[in-house]
Design a protein around this ligand. Structure first.
Ligand SMILES: CC(=O)SCCNC(=O)CCNC(=O)[C@H](O)C(C)(C)COP(=O)(O)OP(=O)(O)OC[C@H]1O[C@@H](n2cnc3c(N)ncnc32)[C@H](O)[C@@H]1OP(=O)(O)O
Ligand SMILES: N[C@@H](CCO)C(=O)O
Length: 402
């Protein structure tokens, strides 16, 4: 597979908030050959990177693991022998693009929390500027999951004439109050870690706020699973004898079992703190929390009025981070805006992260949609009833096909 892994400077960049930085660098990966009208932009999720595919590639050791390797590649759903696939790390993140841990050229020190607040709109405009640099005026499609799905919707809102097809997956027009509150608690775990030091912890003699970041990630990780999948995988059983507690406990606590689910969350949080920057976690969760499709317009439909391409909205029945009801509302707004829309609901008990780990369910409708729009063979369109069940998370919804 032909892969580019580059960092380009986009020069001075003005953020949504009105602040500027003298130089915004964007790290991107691109796969395949551009033929003029086959470009597909992939928007990564909260803690993803530009490194979408190519699990074995060593030049990207500093990136999150190839997070959609089962979906992107030669002969895969997003077929890199057919499409020129671009994915860029978003501003504010920590995988190559400029963010809080980058050096501020004015001080020679890392920005820390002097970095301007970032929004999903900033990500979209940075991607637009990157594509201009790469000589790509028009996109065949924009695809992304989770907050990456919000990034996709923002493309339809801000650059409706630059994209033919959009695929927001496990996403919504805005986050609900329950998830807003969990994100706020997660950020507080970071900012109350004594090592956080108001965001200035990058000195050689300083430790990062790893305990706070680990807690924040654990809250996030629970949001990405479902009640059913956690029950099935871990139940109430105690962790194996080899399991090592990464957080200290007191003598009374040690009387009770260290559970398998705790071991799972501890292990993954520990790994996460080795790969992600705590300030970036603050910045990117705020971007997600702040996102509101209707901002600046009367309604979601008004915000999407200028988009007349095809839209495949995909959702998962046990996702309580972004529910099928929220996806249906988004699909309805697109329908009201006269786009060609299908809401493809996948019956899965995994939860939100199903979009990352269920390529057999995600791949076929995605591939067929890229080829044929909503007429694609594997694309279905379901109506999600707005049932009472939706008041409780996680949910299984009543569905029927249109
Ligand atoms: C764009 C992006 O989204 S990039 C970021 C990817 N997403 C995340 O990191 C979200 C949180 N992570 C996850 O939900 C998952 O790790 C995923 C989605 C990345 C992968 O899911 P799966 O393939 O089902 O992996 P699974 O959850 O089974 O295992 C994850 C790790 O926990 C370990 N693990 C599993 N059970 C236990 C346990 N009881 N105790 C300790 N560790 C455990 C696994 O060995 C594995 O370790 P490894 O990563 O070193 O190989
Ligand atoms: N688990 C994914 C999706 C979160 O929305 C991530 O960490 O990026």
């Amino acid at each position: 597979m032909n892969v580019e892994h580059n960092t380009v400077s986009l020069g001075e960049f003005e953020f949504d908030c009105g602040e500027t930085i003298p130089e915004l660098e964007i790290t991107y990966e691109a796969y395949g050959e551009f033929d003029g009208d086959n470009a597909v932009l992939i928007c990564h999720a909260l803690t993803g990177s530009a490194h979408v595919a190519g699990r074995d590639r060593v030049d990207s050791a500093d990136q999150a693991r190839a997070w959609w390797d089962d979906i992107v590649g030669p002969g895969k759903a997003i077929d890199t022998t057919e499409y020129y696939v671009v994915c860029a790390n978003v501003p504010g993140s920590c995988y190559g693009s400029t963010g809080p841990k980058s050096e501020n050229p004015e001080t020679g020190e890392p920005y820390g929390t002097d970095f301007p607040p970032v929004t999903v709109r900033d990500w979209t405009e940075a991607q637009r500027a990157l594509l201009d640099e790469l000589g790509i005026p028009h996109l065949h499609a924009v695809v992304g999951g989770s907050v990456g799905g919000m990034n996709v919707i923002e493309w339809a809102k801000r650059h409706p004439d630059h994209v033919d097809r959009i695929v927001p997956i496990a996403a919504a027009a805005r986050l609900d109050t329950q998830c807003l509150s969990l994100d706020a608690i997660a950020r507080r775990a970071i900012t109350t870690d004594p090592n956080w030091n108001q965001g200035h912890y990058y000195g050689e003699d300083q430790d990062p706020p790893s305990d706070g970041l680990a807690l924040a990630r654990q809250l996030g990780h629970v949001m990405y699973l479902s009640k059913a999948s956690m029950e099935r995988r871990f139940g109430r059983r105690a962790a194996g004898r080899d399991a090592v507690r990464t957080f200290p406990t007191d003598a009374a606590g040690a009387f009770f079992p260290y559970r398998d689910v705790e071991s799972y969350l501890d292990y993954n949080a520990e790994k996460f703190t080795e790969r992600f920057d705590a300030n970036s976690y603050l910045y990117l969760t705020r971007a997600m929390d702040n996102y509101d499709l209707a901002a600046g317009f009367e309604s979601d439909t008004d915000a999407l009025a200028a988009f007349d391409g095809d839209a495949l909205v995909m959702s998962f029945t046990a996702d309580w981070h972004f529910t099928t009801q929220q996806a249906e509302a988004l699909a309805d707004s697109l329908r009201d805006a006269d786009a060609n829309v299908a809401h493809h609901v996948i019956d899965s008990d995994h939860g939100h992260d199903a979009f990352l780990v269920e390529p057999d369910n995600v791949g076929p409708p995605l591939a067929d949609f890229l080829e044929a729009g909503i007429a694609g063979n594997a694309v279905t369109d379901s109506v999600v009833e707005d049932s009472q069940e939706s008041d409780f998370a996680p949910v299984h919804n009543s569905l029927f096909s249109r």
